[in-house]
Design a protein around this ligand. Structure first.
Ligand code: HEM
Length: 443
């Protein structure tokens, strides 16, 4: 049997990455779209702390296609329904994940679905798809209920907790057990390790470039090594004992695609790490933001759960940016865009455009009620991306968030601390910067 052959490993040295970006930029055969293309540390820092405001201001000034120089590089943003549809569906093949800033995730995730392209991606995704079919998700429902009930057991009226931290551990327990059959006693340590590894991405760009002992990079690597040990131990255990279950890891271990390709040990590790990351970080943020909104607007808690989730994911789409690199030059909304350029779509900014969404800052689940939903333009709402690389875990995530939220609401109301001011960080998904301190009250 042949092993599916992956691409060359990516270079992770910041100097090499910057040099590569500059090389791409010099090779551009057409000018960059209008925007702010001079180097500015102030803009770079502001983009790091409040990208939504920077993007919305640029949209108001330049329209849906514009350039911003972030640190050393000119980055193109495409916002709004037409742009999203272009990048995700109609011209998706003209955009590479691996050559864009998705590569920033490579040091942690390796060659999982998020950092690969083309045939290697297509075959890898095909192997994993059965694990996300409806029936398979239905089989995970019991695991989700069981974990949620256990996590809720110690709750009582008056209990104070950080909902973000609580949900991260729960979501990781669910992902570890439902997707990989991983034993749960490791969940608290793994949650801590993910927090430590992902904290790297919340640092300033310049701080991220530092290498050497005690730097955020070194701390990320330490956490990655511990997570790797956990994953490799499970792979070895399964291989040695032949133990298989109803889970994705079993599928990965036994997978053979149409060409007889199988997954190497390293590739399995990369897919497991990618799914553990993508499978818990996003749902954690969704639950946290949902209860933040409900705490401020308790009357909305009676809305149908589906609408509450849709609106939470509109205002706070955890995977807020979709980084790519264009392959060939193209035209969009009357603007020429070079090939070889860093190009991003952003669900977060697209979901807040004032000419697409009425009163975009208002939490209004009813905008997703059937009659109003029909009026939402194609491509306007993309919390799970779109096209052939739509989030593979979408149904799983929806089922999980639905169960957690319902279970909490059956008995409890959550009040955010008075004086709490939400500040959002990107690490690399959006989440509350200072956690979500809340008090449990009887419903
Ligand atoms: C509320 C929860 C979630 C949200 C909002 C979300 C969002 C997204 C988005 C926007 C993308 C596309 C990224 C892009 O276009 O650049 C994506 C891809 C992906 N998601 Fe999710 N996700 C969620 C939950 C999950 C879960 C639970 C899993 C796994 C169990 C998962 C696994 C993945 C993977 C592997 C990809 C890459 C797919 C590919 O490129 O083929 N996600 N997700």
């Amino acid at each position: 049997m042949s092993s599916l052959t992956g691409p060359q490993p990516l270079k992770t040295s910041p100097i090499t990455r910057i040099a590569e970006d500059l090389r791409y930029e010099r090779r551009a055969t057409v000018p960059f779209p209008p925007g702010e293309t001079r180097f500015s540390m102030k803009r770079t820092q502001r983009f790091g702390t409040d990208p939504l405001a920077v993007l919305l201001e640029a949209y108001a000034r330049y329209g849906p296609v514009f350039t911003l120089r972030i640190l050393h590089g000119n980055v193109i943003f495409l916002l709004g329904p037409e742009a999203n549809h272009h990048m995700l569906v109609s011209h998706a093949k003209n955009f590479s994940y691996r050559d864009g800033y998705m590569a920033d995730l490579f040091p942690l995730l390796g060659d999982g679905l998020l950092t690969i392209d083309g045939e290697f991606h297509r075959r890898s995704r095909k192997i994993m798809l059965p694990a996300f079919h409806k029936e398979q998700i239905a089989a995970s429902i019991d695991v989700i209920h069981d974990e949620v009930d256990r996590a809720l057991e110690p709750w009582h009226a008056g209990r104070h907790l950080d909902l973000y931290e609580w949900t991260r551990e729960l979501a990781l327990r669910i992902a570890m057990r439902a997707l990989f059959g991983l034993r749960n006693e490791h969940a608290p340590q793994a949650a801590h390790d993910f927090e430590q590894a992902l904290a790297f991405y919340a640092k300033d760009y310049l701080v991220q470039a530092l290498r050497g002992p005690r730097t955020p990079w070194a701390r990320m690597q330490e956490a990655r090594v511990r997570l790797d040990a956990l994953i490799y131990a499970e792979i070895e255990r399964r291989r040695a004992t032949g133990a298989r279950g109803d889970d994705l890891l079993s599928l990965l271990l036994d997978a053979q695609d149409e060409d007889g390709g199988t997954l190497s040990r390293a590739h399995i590790r990369d897919e497991v790490m990618t799914l553990l990351f993508a499978g818990h970080d996003t749902t954690t943020s969704t639950i946290t933001f949902l209860f933040y909104e409900l705490s401020r607007r308790p009357e909305q808690a009676t809305q149908p759960m589906e609408l509450l989730l849709d609106e939470t994911l509109r205002i706070y789409p955890p995977a807020w940016i979709g980084p790519r690199r264009s392959i060939e030059p193209f035209d969009l909304c009357g603007v020429r865009v070079p090939g070889g350029a860093a190009v991003n779509y952003s669900s977060w900014a697209s979901h807040h455009l004032p000419d697409v969404w009425e009163d975009p800052e208002r939490f209004d689940p009813q905008r997703f009620a059937p009659a109003r939903r029909e009026a939402i333009p194609k491509g306007a709402y993309v919390p799970f991306g779109g096209g052939s690389r739509t989030c593979i875990g979408m149904r799983f995530a929806q089922a999980e968030v639905d169960i957690i939220a319902r279970r909490i609401l059956e008995r409890w109301r959550l009040d955010v601390d008075s004086g709490y001011k939400l500040k959002i960080r990107q690490m690399p998904t959006i989440s509350p910067k200072h956690g979500m301190p809340m008090t449990v009250r009887a419903a």
